[in-house]
Design a protein around this ligand. Structure first.
Ligand SMILES: [Zn+2]
Length: 429
């Protein structure tokens, strides 16, 4: 018996070394590009004319993390902007060498203090986006991913999901209705001069980075800027931030006083508050990942599906049809988008092409095949708010989020397709 046990141990060792020899070693690379416009541009917090900016607090970035194992390569990119459509994302995908388009995930952080990337048309059809700036960003995003590919090196991972504690987020519509879970993926170099050091740390958390907003004349990554800086100062490597199911209306907790209903809320909407919240979230993310076990050579998996949504909202139809970005309709008043599912070691990740309400996030996460669920909100597209048909046009509070959604069925279709993709995909390791 003992001999058999030794033999099988040897076989496993043999298999592992053969796997490593034929390139079955997980590799990770990361890179970033600054996308702060020079000179500064007006900033956009949503539909309407962008507001001029006269100063910036922090830089805007495109940040990329690439995973490779065997013949599979996956890129995760975050862009400091309100929303980044597939029209722009696909232009970057065309410029990226060595990763299939469907394995490239591009998400927006949802900062409300960056240039207009939707090219929102006003009532007369005129739009104010700087298309030259957007084309430059497209190139910067591709450059960041291509550089991350060139930096691929053997890596281990640490992955954890836990509650981020402290005054970070709340639901502006109903304070306790938000998801406090923060997911963290950290890649650590296993060879070379940087052995044991972090290559990248990805933070996944649902919150509106709108501390500063679009009405202050300030261009800023909002709380994401201090979050990147803090993580990079403490852990090294490159920090990424992927948003979650932050719709209706999970926002940064800048409350100064808990006012009575209808009295309004006193808030601290300052850069200092961005620093406080960004650094607190960074510290919590590092605390959460610190206790995770090191995964020496985890597997990766990527699936992509094209999903379609009807555009029922007249306003959304007008925006999509009149934006100079030229959104394409799949059929009459139907838009399509890329839905991704990733398995990274024991973690599973699903993308959301918009701003799903937190109850949708909870539902999808509990139907995922993992104890480490990640949701990347506003990723691959940003089609406005996503409410269940039950929530749609219900509370008066939901008037705005219903109006700025594609329609009643968007979230229903999303949940059905996302869970179908989970069922059709292998279970994470
Ligand atoms: Zn929003």
């Amino acid at each position: 018996m003992k001999k058999i046990a030794i033999c099988s141990t040897l076989l496993i060792i043999c298999f592992l070394s053969i796997s490593a020899a034929i390139g079955q070693t997980l590799k990770v690379g990361a890179a970033l590009r600054v996308i702060t416009p020079n000179p500064l541009l007006p900033v956009s917090g949503g539909i309407g004319t962008p507001k001029p900016s006269t100063q910036n607090k922090g830089d805007l970035y495109a940040r990329a993390m690439v995973f490779e194992k065997g013949t599979t390569r996956i890129a995760i990119v975050n862009v400091d902007n309100l929303g980044w459509s597939s029209i722009l994302g696909n232009k970057s995908r065309d410029l990226i060498k060595g990763i299939p388009a469907e394995n490239i995930l591009i998400g927006a952080t949802h900062t409300h203090s960056a240039p207009d990337a939707y090219a929102f048309p006003d009532a007369s059809g005129k739009s104010y986006a700087d298309l030259k700036y957007l084309d430059w960003c497209v190139q910067q995003i591709a450059d960041a991913v291509n550089e991350a590919i060139s930096k691929l090196e053997p890596a281990s991972l640490k992955i954890a999901v836990d509650e981020a504690k402290g005054k970070i987020a709340y639901n502006y519509y109903a304070p306790a209705l938000y998801d406090p879970r923060c997911g963290v993926i950290q890649a650590i170099a296993t060879t070379g001069s940087r052995q044991g050091k972090a290559i990248a740390t990805l933070v996944n958390y649902a919150v509106h980075p709108e501390v500063i907003g679009s009405g202050r004349g300030i261009l800023s990554p909002d709380l994401c800027g201090p979050l990147y800086d803090r993580i990079e100062a403490k852990a090294g490597g490159i920090a990424l931030f992927m948003n979650g199911a932050q719709g209706g209306m999970v926002t940064a907790d800048t409350r100064l006083e808990y006012g009575k209903e209808g009295e309004g809320q006193k808030e601290a909407n300052t850069w200092d508050e961005c620093i406080r919240i960004g650094e607190l979230l960074a510290d919590e993310a590092l605390r959460i990942v610190d206790k995770a076990a090191v995964l020496p050579n985890p597997d990766i998996y990527c699936a992509a599906r094209k999903i379609e949504f009807p555009v029922d909202s007249q306003m959304m139809r007008f925006i999509l049809k009149n934006s100079p970005l030229k959104f394409t309709f799949e059929k009459d008043n139907i838009v399509s988008t890329q839905l991704n599912l990733l398995n990274i070691g024991p973690a599973q990740i699903l993308t959301i092409p918009g701003e799903a309400l937190p109850n949708i996030g909870y539902y999808v996460k509990r139907n995922m095949n993992t104890r480490l669920p990640f949701l990347f909100g506003l990723t691959n597209d940003a089609f406005g708010y996503m409410l269940t048909k039950v929530d749609f046009n219900s509370f008066k509070r939901y008037e705005y989020v219903s109006r700025t959604s594609l329609g009643e069925m968007t979230a229903e279709i999303y949940m059905e397709q996302a869970i179908k993709l989970v069922k059709e995909s292998p279970k994470p390791q």
